[in-house]
Write a protein that binds this ligand. Sequence first.
Ligand SMILES: Nc1ncnc2c1ncn2[C@@H]1O[C@H](COP(=O)(O)OP(=O)(O)OP(=O)(O)O)[C@@H](O)[C@H]1O
Length: 275
Amino acid sequence: MNAPLEHTEIVAAGDDGIAPGELLMDVRNVSLRFGGVKAITDISFNVKKGEIRAIIGPNGAGKTSMLNVINGFYTPQEGSITFRGVERRAMKPHHAVRQGIARTFQNVALFKGMSTLDNIMAGRSVKMHRGLGWQMLWHGPALQEEIAHREKVEEIIDFLEIQHIRRTPVGKLPYGLQKRVELGRALAMEPSLLLLDEPMAGMNLEEKEDMSRFILDVNGQRGTTICLIEHDMGVVMDLSDRVVVLDYGKKIADGVPDDVKSDQQVIDAYLGVAH
Ligand SMILES: Nc1ncnc2c1ncn2[C@@H]1O[C@H](COP(=O)(O)OP(=O)(O)OP(=O)(O)O)[C@@H](O)[C@H]1O
């Protein structure tokens, strides 16, 4: 199964060949250190196709480091990740994207001067096959492909209900809408696995409710598997199928929300204190 990543086909949620409920990603014994700092120690957990999986834990627990390992920003010193049957330790972020992993960031990472439409189109560029030569000719296959991509992008804009801001530079948008555009850009990649790093951070209640609904719809209607980090426990327990809990870089619990909520170690480490 160990196909060279350079030759991995770009895949979308619907055509990754994995049935709902089957293993999509298996994280095994991953450890990551920065000099003397142990960010992650011997973490194992899996993600099944079609689920919403949450990673929670106090500040500095290793959650973002874990996402950065999954999407190839960091290479762990130990352990491996098997995604869609392909095992690896090191992988460049653009390979992760081509394998079907897209993500959003804790602090919105968009092109602030560009419009909503152009930002989402930029996310789509990963799916474009025709090279620059074709695009300069601007006819035939390149034009057909551009039209098809624009249709996909328009579909995402409709889906996220952001038609009214399609021409607005994203830097001028309220934070909640910027987060939605960033979700749109990730969706434009048609990921098999969508990583969301604190999708509700800095949002008011109404924005959180909107984002929760979109996350549920992305999962329910588009069939996208989601792995998210979130500090709002109400949101986590409402949205997630399963939750993995980290503390000081180690896994302390893993299970369905009701079990995790009542786990004494989790209460002591995390739920018992304000965040
Ligand atoms: N690039 C880095 N260089 C050095 N240390 C790092 C780096 N990134 C993370 N760390 C350290 O690794 C540990 C885990 O950090 P990480 O950001 O993954 O935690 P987190 O659970 O995402 O925290 P938060 O909820 O505050 O975002 C922390 O001690 C952090 O200081």
